[in-house]
Design a protein around this ligand. Structure first.
Ligand code: UDP
Length: 311
C-alpha cells in the first residue's frame, strides 16, 4: 500500500513541486486547490498518473477525503503581497479556517500535519538574521497583516492541536523562494525582474532598493520540507537561503545575467515592506542536515528559461 498524502495548494508554485516530488516517491497524492492563485497548468502533466487525484475545493470549508491519510501538507494561501492585497478576506480565511479544517482532517485520520508558515511571521524584523526564537515585529492592522496574522494564527492553531489533541505536527517558516511555475504576474520580485529583463523593459525597484531579501531555489526548499516532514521536531523551522541581497544589487545582477538592455526605474516602497530578511538556518542544519545546494545563478538560469517560454 502506498502512503497517502493530501497537499493543499497543490496547484500552486511550491505545492505543484511537492505533488511531483511525492508522486516520484510512490505516494498517492490528493491535490486540493481552489485555483484562486494556483493553476491547472502547474499540474496538468500529472493527470495521467493514477496515483494523482485533483480536488477543486476551498479548504475554508469541510474537506472530505475517502480512506486513510498518512500526511496532510497545508500549502494553500495566496502568498505574494499583490495576491494577498487583492484577496484579503480569502487570505485570512484560508490561513485561519483552512488551517482549522486541514488540521481537523489530520486529527480525524491520525495523520501527521505539516503547516507551511512564512518568514512574514517575523514582520519587519528588528533582528537580522531571524532565528526561530525571534517573536517578530508585525503591524497587526497594516495591509500585509491579512497574511502575517493569518499565518501567526495558523501556527498558534497548529501548536494548540498539538498540545491539546496530541496531533503530530511540523511547521516550516518559508523564506523567499523562486523557480519555475511562479506566476508571471504574481508581483513578486523574481517574476517581475526576470520578465522585465527578458522584455528589455526597466526593472521596477521599490524604494531605494536598500531593503534585503535572500532567495532559495524551489528544489532546495522541497528537499528541506521532506526532511522536516520525516523528522520528529514539532516546533517551527526556518527554511531559506541565507545569502542576503540588496534589492538594487539583485536587479543589477539579473540584468547582467540575462544580458538584458534594461535600465532601472524607482517606484514607491509598499507600506510595511520589511527592510531586511535573512533566515538563520542553524536549526535546519543541525536538525535536518539541510542547507541550500543550488547556486543563485544556476537557479536564476533555470527560472529565466521557464519565463522565456512565457515571454
Ligand atoms: N520589489 C521590487 N520591485 C518589484 C517587486 C518587488 O523592488 O517589482 C521588492 C519589494 O519591495 C520587496 C522585495 O522586492 O522589498 C521582495 O518583494 P516580494 O514581492 O518578492 O516579496 P516579499 O519578500 O516582500 O514578501
Amino acid at each position: 500500500m502506498n502512503k497517502r498524502i493530501v497537499i493543499t495548494g497543490g496547484a500552486g508554485f511550491i505545492g505543484s513541486h511537492l505533488c511531483e516530488y511525492f508522486l516520484a516517491k510512490s505516494y498517492d497524492v490528493f491535490c486540493v486547490d481552489n485555483l484562486i492563485t494556483g493553476s491547472l497548468d502547474n499540474i496538468s502533466h500529472l493527470f495521467g498518473s493514477k496515483e494523482f487525484v485533483f480536488m477543486n475545493h476551498d479548504i475554508a470549508n469541510y474537506i472530505h477525503i475517502p480512506g486513510t491519510v498518512d500526511y496532510v501538507l497545508n500549502f494553500a494561501s495566496p502568498a505574494s503581497p499583490i495576491d494577498y492585497l487583492e484577496h484579503p478576506i480569502q487570505t485570512l480565511k484560508v490561513g485561519a479556517l483552512g488551517t482549522h479544517k486541514t488540521i481537523g482532517l489530520a486529527k480525524d485520520k491520525g495523520a501527521r500535519y505539516f503547516l507551511a508558515s512564512t518568514s512574514e511571521v517575523y514582520g519587519d524584523p528588528l533582528v537580522n538574521p531571524q532565528p526561530e526564537t525571534y517573536w517578530g515585529n508585525v503591524n497587526s492592522v497594516g495591509p500585509r497583516s491579512v497574511y502575517d496574522e493569518a499565518k501567526r494564527f495558523a501556527e498558534a492553531m497548529t501548536m494548540g492541536y498539538h498540545r491539546y489533541h496530541k496531533v503530530d505536527v511540523r511547521i516550516v517558516r518559508i523564506f523567499n523562494t523562486y523557480g519555475p511555475r511562479m506566476r508571471l504576474n504574481d508581483g513578486r520580485v523574481v517574476p517581475n525582474f526576470v520578465m522585465q529583463a527578458l522584455r528589455n523593459e526597466p526593472l521596477t525597484v521599490y524604494g531605494d532598493g536598500s531593503q534585503t531579501r535572500s532567495f532559495c531555489y524551489v528544489s532546495d526548499l522541497v528537499e528541506g520540507i521532506y526532511r522536516l516532514l520525516m523528522s520528529d521536531y514539532a516546533g517551527p523551522v526556518n527554511l531559506g537561503n541565507p545569502e542576503e541581497w540588496k534589492i538594487i544589487d539583485f536587479a543589477k545582477h539579473i540584468i547582467s545575467l540575462s544580458g538584458s538592455k534594461s535600465t532601472i526605474t524607482y517606484r514607491p516602497l509598499p507600506q510595511d515592506d520589511p527592510k531586511q530578511r535573512r533566515p538563520d538556518i542553524t536549526l535546519a542544519k543541525t536538525l535536518l542536515g539541510w542547507q541550500p545546494q543550488v547556486k543563485l545563478d544556476e537557479g536564476l538560469k533555470a527560472t529565466l528559461d521557464f519565463f522565456m517560454k512565457k515571454k
